[in-house]
Design a protein around this ligand. Structure first.
Ligand code: ADP
Length: 160
């Protein structure tokens, strides 16, 4: 059976931390779906379409990675896609506690779906989308924190 993993997140924006997790996970799974969670209640900085375009540009040469979005429960989305794994990245103990609760609740809802966690490399530990957004909002240069394929200048003015 094909091993399909869903990597769900806000990716607002997608960072080198996210990229690192996805590239390393390619050795574990046949296919990875990077699924942007469309949360009507949570205001994003970049629009859904912009976030998907940014991520697509990073993995243009990688046929085993697909970009999508979803609403509702992650486990329901996984079932629709035939994915048995949820991929998440861990930076700190705080991430662990947050992820533990989500993964255990997901397990209770969908026993066949396994959450798989990869620990980030030390140099990516301090990187998070909210700090990257703050840098962009304040007119700083955040390019070193996002994948090389994403030219943030191209997305100026596309904030939601
Ligand atoms: P969410 O809103 O679901 O937390 P994020 O886009 O913030 O979405 O994160 C998606 C996933 O990527 C989460 O598992 C998060 O822990 C992980 N992640 C975020 N930043 C990094 C990083 N620098 N290194 C490794 N994993 C990360």
């Amino acid at each position: 059976m094909k091993k399909i993993a869903v990597f769900p997140g806000s990716f607002d924006p997608f960072t080198i931390g996210h990229e690192g997790i996805v590239r390393r996970a390619l050795t574990l799974f046949d296919e990875i779906i990077i699924a942007v969670g469309a949360n009507a209640l949570k205001k994003s900085y970049y629009s859904l379409e912009t976030r998907k375009t940014m991520i697509s540009s990073v993995f243009a040469d990688e046929p085993r990675i697909n970009i999508d979005h979803y609403e509702g429960l992650t486990v329901d989305y996984c079932k629709r896609k035939g994915a048995n794994y949820i991929l998440r990245g861990l930076r700190t103990a705080a991430d662990f506690e947050f992820e533990r609760a989500i993964a255990q609740v997901n397990k209770a809802m969908a026993y066949d779906i396994e959450s798989v966690f990869l620990l980030t490399v030390p140099e990516h530990t301090p990187i998070n989308s909210s700090i990257v957004r703050d840098i962009i909002r304040s007119g700083g240069d955040a390019s070193r924190f996002v994948p090389a394929a994403i030219n943030l200048k191209d997305y100026r003015g596309e904030e939601d």
